[in-house]
Design a protein. Sequence first.
Length: 696
Amino acid sequence: SLVYEDICALGRKVQVSSNKAPEPGLFGASVTTSRAEIQQDFKAKGFSSFKGKSTGNNTQMVKVLLSLSECPPLGLESLKVKDTQLKASSFKRRGLGPHRGRLNIQSGIEDGDIYDGAWCAQYRDKKQWLEVDALRPTRFTGVILQGRNSIWSWDVVYTYKVQFSNDTLVWTPCMNGTEEAVFEGNQNAETPVLALFNTSTVARYIRINPQSWYENGTDGDICLRAEVLGCALPDPNNIYAWQTEPTESKDKLDFRHHNYEEMRKLMKSVNEACPDITRIYSIGKSYTGLKLYVMEISDNPGKHELGEPEFRYVAGMHGNEALGRELLLNLMEYLCQEYKRGDQRVVHLVKETRIHLLPSMNPDGYEMAFKKGSELSGWALGRYSYEGIDMNHNFADLNSVMWKAIELETDKSKLINHYFPIPEQYTSEEAFVASETRAVINWMQNIPFVLSANLHGGELVVTYPYDMTRDWAPREHTPTADESFFRWLATVYASTNQVMSNPDRRPCHNKDFLRYNNIINGADWHNVPGSMNDFSYLHTNCFEVTVELSCDKFPHASELPVEWENNRESLLVYMEQVHRGIKGVVRDKDTEAGIADAVIKVDDIDHHIRSVADGDYWRLLNPGEYQVTASAEGYFPSTRTCRVMYEHYPTLCDFRLTKTPKQRLKDILARGGKIPKDLQLRLRQLRLRKKKNQRT
Ligand SMILES: [Zn+2]
C-alpha cells in the first residue's frame, strides 16, 4: 500500500503554506510516489480526480493528503443512504423519525407534518443517538450537523459525542487524545457545521450522540439533521460488490465542480476541440461583473438558418443549485466528443438544431456557495443575486396583464394571447430588476428560441407553466392553452431521468411527486409570480419547463459521474422535442420573400406564435390534425390542414400569402410607381361593395 495512505489514516490536520515545508514526519517515501499511482488510488476511493500538480513538491503532496483525509459524504443528504440504514434511540413521532435526520431536509408547512424537518428524540437526555449503518467497513472522518428545519420550532444541538461499532453491540467512543471527543454542533438551525475527527476510525456503524441542546422550559427537543463523511475501505475481493452502487460514467468528461475561472477554461477547451460546431458568447454581466457565458452548438455557429429551430438550456439561476451547471458543462463536452466520433444521433441533433447552453445565470451566487463547498453551503446561501434578488420572481409579470385584460375586455376578439409587451414600469431604471434578468430578457428577444428548460435543484420533479396562480391562490392548477404539450414535455424529461423514474425512490423533502409521475403544473406546487417560464411563454414563442434535478442542491463532486448518467438521456431526448409539431415558412405569393411577424394560429389553441425574420416559424404540437391559419398585415390570411405524426421530425406546413389590394396600392404609392389597370379595377370594386354594405 502507498505510504501516504498510512499518513491519511492518522487524519491529522496539516497547515499548508507554500513557502514552509510541512511537518517532516509526515512525508518519508510518499514524495517519490508517482502521479499515476496516486491517481489510481484516488479513483478507487471514489474521487474522480485530484488536484496535486507535481509529486516532487512537498506542498502539493500535502494537498493531496488533506483532501484524502476528508472523505466524501456517505449520502444522507443525497439519499444514497437509504431510510433503512438510519436508526435512532427514540423519536418523537413518525414525521420526526431517524429517516428525517438528513442534512438540508426540508419540512412540510404544517406542524405535525409526516414530512418534518429533522430527527427529534422522544426523550431529553444524553443517551439519545442517531445511528448510520454504512453497510460495510468504512473509514469515518467527520460529521456535519444542522438544526431542525421548521417555521414553528427552534431546535439545535450545541455539542455531541460520536461512537463507532462493527456489530452495534460494542461501541467505542471517538477520542481526542486520551479524552472522549466532544464536538461543537449548531448555534442556529440552518448553518451546517463540520467536525473532523482527530483520528479517523474504521467501522461499519456510527452514532451521533447529543450532549447539550437548546432548552427552554417545555421547549427545546433534541433534533438534528446530519451528514457523515466516510470512505468505504477498498474491497479487493469484491465482497460488497452486490451492494455497491455505480460511481462511474462511461463517458470521459471533466466531472468536478467548476468555479467561474474553471468553467471558462472548460468552455474554451470545448471550443478548441470542436471549433467548427461551437461558439462562445456572452449575453451580459452579473452584478459583480462576471460574464454570462453561453456555448452555442450548431453546424453553423453564429447564424440562424432558415427553418432550423433554436433551443436553450439555462442553469444556475439559483446560484447554489449547482448540478445543472455541471450537467451543461458535461453536455457541451459530450456533444463535442460524440459529434467528432460520428455518433449519428448527436450529428443529426447538431446539424438540425441551434443549441445554446447557459450554464450559469447567477455566477455571483454560485461563487458564494462554491467557496463554502458542496456540504457546508446550506440550503439558501448563493440562491440569490448579489443584490439579494431571486431571479425566478424577477421577470415581468405578464400573467396579471393577461388576466386583467380578460376580466375587463367585453369584446373577446380584441384580446391578445401571445407576445405580451413588457409593462413600462418594469423597464424603467428604478425597477428592481437584476442585471442578469435583463440580460436573459434581451437574449430571449434577440434569438427566436422555440424550446427551453430551466435547470434547478433541491427536488426531483419537472414543472410546467403557468407558475403563477390566478387571484393569488397559494397553490392552484393553472394551465396554459398548451397544457397537453407541456405535460408531454415534462413527461419526456421525467420518464427518462433514472432517479425520478425509479418507482422505489423516496420523496426528497415534503412532497411525494412520484404520485404525480414526477411532473406538476408549477402553480399547483406553489405560486411563483414573475417566473422565467411564464415570461418566456407569454412574451416570446418559446416553451419552457423547469427541471428540479436532485434532492441535494449541491451534490458532492464524487456524485457527478452518476448524476450525468441519470440525466444524459433526458437532456438529449428533451432537446429532440424541438422537432415536434409543425414548422414552415410564410412567404409572399408573388415575390417568394419570407414574411416576418406572421401570426400562426392553431384552431382550438388560444395561444398564437409568430414567424421570425425570414418568415420561418415552429409550432410545437402533439400528434393530431390541426387547422392552421397564417395571417400577416397587408395579406389575406390562409388556412390549411396540417397533420402531426408520432415521428421525431416536424410536419412541414408552408404558407404563401396574397397581398391585399390595399397593401399593393400602398406599396406602389410608397415606391412612387404607377397603379396597374387590374389593381385600379379591383380597388373600385371593393369601394363599391363597401358602400353597398354600409347602406344595408
Ligand atoms: Zn431553484
